[in-house]
Design a protein. Structure first.
Length: 289
């Protein structure tokens, strides 16, 4: 069983803008993170290294619509990446085995095949600098159909920890499950899911189109109400993903209102605070007008 250690926290949000989208003409990697002490804003650059990332990959010229939205909901600023996966554009987990800047967490193998990391956000909670296992993801982290390791310690879901796990493949819908190795011993509790990707976030906002927290309110530190920025992974029933960085805290019911306005079918809260990070490539990501 994994030791969770001291952690860093927070996550989620979204808004779809209809209308025309234009491709940026000058390519650059835009980096954004929450500036602690600067309420409701972000800084250009990164504040902290993080343990893992949810990234979007695409083959140039085939990316379709990967759209960057920015706006304000209920007085809180947010940035959001919207993408509908295809044969050549998809969302996946990335993990380097240690803490890194978000911009440095990506799949070298895919880049060698000609793919571009279009953008991404921070993912798992992780053991912070006060823990000897700094950078170790908390809960489950699965890539290429296998659970990953931090040294010799498997990154697997933990039941009773308050960390729900999102599972998904390149195609098909994300599934949210609260199960894993019992933190009190006794082996695996609940459903086992086979998938290409998985990450343990915290509690859930939306499950199968309904307001629901699968952890029963046991999400990390009970961060259901806080003043911290956070990230969120959400998906519509048609497969469209939203990767969201919200630049301040918000009450859960407001987060759920926002997600349901987007017709989100499943949504999980990810890490946040000074870990809240987003990056995207302006040559393959379009700005919403």
């Amino acid at each position: 069983m994994k030791k969770t250690g001291k952690l860093i926290a927070a996550l989620c949000f979204a808004l779809t803008a209809a209308g025309t989208h234009t491709l940026n003409t000058e390519a650059e990697l835009v980096r954004k993170a929450w500036g602690q002490g600067y309420s409701n804003t972000f800084i250009l650059g990164f504040n902290n290294t993080i343990g893992s990332a949810v990234n979007i990959y695409t083959l140039p010229g085939t990316e379709g619509d990967i759209i960057h939205h920015t706006g304000n909901f209920n007085g809180i600023n947010y940035d959001m990446l919207e993408v509908k996966p295809s044969d050549t554009t998809f969302v996946k987990m990335d993990y380097m085995g240690h803490a890194e800047w978000l911009s440095d967490i990506y799949d070298w193998g895919l880049l060698s095949e000609g793919y571009v990391r279009a953008g991404g956000i921070n993912a798992n909670y992780y053991s912070w600098h006060t823990n000897p296992n700094v950078g170790q993801p908390v809960g489950g982290l699965r890539m290429a159909g296998k659970w990953t390791y931090f040294w010799d310690d498997p990154n697997i879901p933990e039941y009773g920890s308050g960390y729900c796990t999102a599972y998904w493949d390149r195609t098909g819908n994300m599934k949210l499950v609260y199960s894993g190795e019992d933190i009190n011993g006794g082996g695996w509790v609940g459903e086992k899911v086979e998938s290409e990707n998985a990450l343990s976030g915290s509690y859930t906002y939306i499950v199968n189109g309904e307001r629901k927290d699968l952890t029963g309110g046991a999400g990390m530190y009970a961060y259901h109400y806080n003043d911290y920025a956070f990230s969120c992974l959400a998906q519509k029933e048609d497969g469209t993903y939203f990767l969201i960085s919200f630049w301040n805290g918000m009450r859960d019911e407001k987060v759920q209102d926002f997600l349901l306005d987007l017709d989100v079918y499943n949504a999980i809260r990810l890490d946040g605070g000074t870990s809240t990070s987003m990056c995207y490539e302006t040559d393959v990501v379009k700005d919403a007008e």
